[in-house]
Design a protein around this ligand. Structure first.
Ligand SMILES: Cc1ncc(COP(=O)(O)O)c(C=O)c1O
Length: 374
């Protein structure tokens, strides 16, 4: 049975060219990058070339890129270090962040007494920028932690606007860019954020590889200790094949960005039009200008019926998700939708369809046909 993968916000397929690069490294470059003889030095060179290639995509220095294992690790590290190493006493965030950010922040409150202030989410799914501006006026050492693109709904944060507000109020700015890196340009020489976090498996790279950008002025300490790798910022033997695969995936994502963004946007719009045509009364969650690769659809059914629909789609080889992947096995309402839907709508289930460059119109037609059937 043909598989139709429409859950690209959960993870993405690995591009064939990435697989090739990774296999080459796995076959030939097994040296430990910390070893000083030539096999080791060669592995080290692969890692440093990957770092340069990644840094170039954001117009930053390669010394500002540190490799991690995933987005979860990156967000945990930056938040913990901002409190522990940079004297942050207050974190301004929202309740629609990914749980790896939210739980890290809540842990800082428990362990260090860090104050948390949540910015409201407006009914259109955007943050209340005016409230953020007001909160920032208070003179406390602050980290603002706001995600760039929401993984469930696709709401986009105006990075430049928030970065400028943070600069004006001497706050640090961390943004979880796991859903946006590789899918939109992020020129960090023009947008003065302090930290970004990325994960390779969201941009057609391997799982188990990620990176953070740490602007030079912010001196962090390691979360994982016990070795001098990554200039002492992350202990543990590096995985050259992962890092090389991630750099290749990012390079290809940006190389094909314009054509793929156009194609995916057209597909998303086509799917939205077809849904509205065939299922009058369905609603799309979000402000109408959410990120181009995602549609979060409010279903006018009970959660049980929605679970049955997901199951039926799966039986037909169609992969979509209910809310975010991390919660798709649970019956709990999404913590994201709970922040901005009205009381009636929050009881209804939602379906997240997220598109990638490999999807086709025929697949969307098939999805609509199966939805009609079930
Ligand atoms: C916005 C966002 N942040 C963080 C993460 C966690 O990233 P990873 O799966 O690499 O740990 C995800 C993954 O779903 C995400 O969508």
């Amino acid at each position: 049975m043909k598989q139709i993968y429409l859950d690209n916000a959960a993870t993405t397929s690995v591009r064939p060219e990435v697989v090739e690069e990774m296999i080459k490294v796995l076959r030939a470059d097994f040296g430990n990058p910390s070893s000083t003889y030539s096999v080791g030095r060669h592995s080290k060179a692969l890692i440093e070339n990957a770092r340069k290639s990644i840094a170039k995509q954001f117009n930053v220095s390669s010394s500002e890129i540190v490799f991690t294992s995933c987005g979860t690790e990156g967000n945990n590290w930056i938040i913990r270090s901002a409190v522990r190493d940079l004297g942050v006493k207050r974190i301004i965030t929202t309740k629609i962040e990914h749980h790896c950010t939210l739980y890290s922040i809540q842990q800082m409150a428990k362990e260090y007494g860090t104050e948390i202030q949540y910015v409201n989410i407006l009914p259109n799914s955007e943050i209340d920028y005016n409230q953020l501006e007001e909160l920032l006026k208070e003179d406390v050492p602050t980290l603002v932690s706001l995600m760039h693109v929401n993984n469930e709904v696709g709401t986009i944060l105006d990075l430049k606007r928030v970065a400028d507000l943070c600069i004006a109020n001497k706050a640090l700015f961390h943004t979880d860019t796991v859903q946006s890196v590789g899918k939109v340009e992020i020129p960090l020489d023009e947008i003065p954020v302090d930290f970004i976090v990325a994960s390779a498996h969201k941009f057609h790279g391997p799982k188990g590889a990620g990176f953070v950008f740490i602007r030079k002025k912010n001196v962090l300490k390691a979360l994982i200790v016990g070795g001098e790798q990554e200039k002492g910022l992350r202990a543990g033997t590096e995985a050259p094949h992962q890092v090389v695969g991630m750099a290749k995936a990012l390079e290809l994502s940006y190389e094909h960005l314009n054509e793929e963004r156009k194609a995916i946007t057209e597909l998303r719009d086509y799917c939205k039009a077809k849904l509205e045509e065939n299922f009058p009364g369905i609603k799309i969650n979000g402000n109408g200008s959410t990120f181009y690769n995602v549609l979060n659809i409010l279903l006018p059914f009970t959660p049980e019926k929605a679970a049955m629909i997901l199951f039926s789609l799966d039986m037909k080889g169609i992969a979509v998700s209910r809310g975010s992947a991390c919660q798709s096995g649970s019956q709990k309402p999404s913590h994201v939708l709970a922040e901005f839907l009205n009381e009636e709508d929050i009881k209804k289930p939602s379906l997240r369809v997220s598109f990638g460059h490999e999807n086709t119109k025929e697949e969307i037609d098939f999805l609509i046909d199966v939805l009609k059937e079930v």
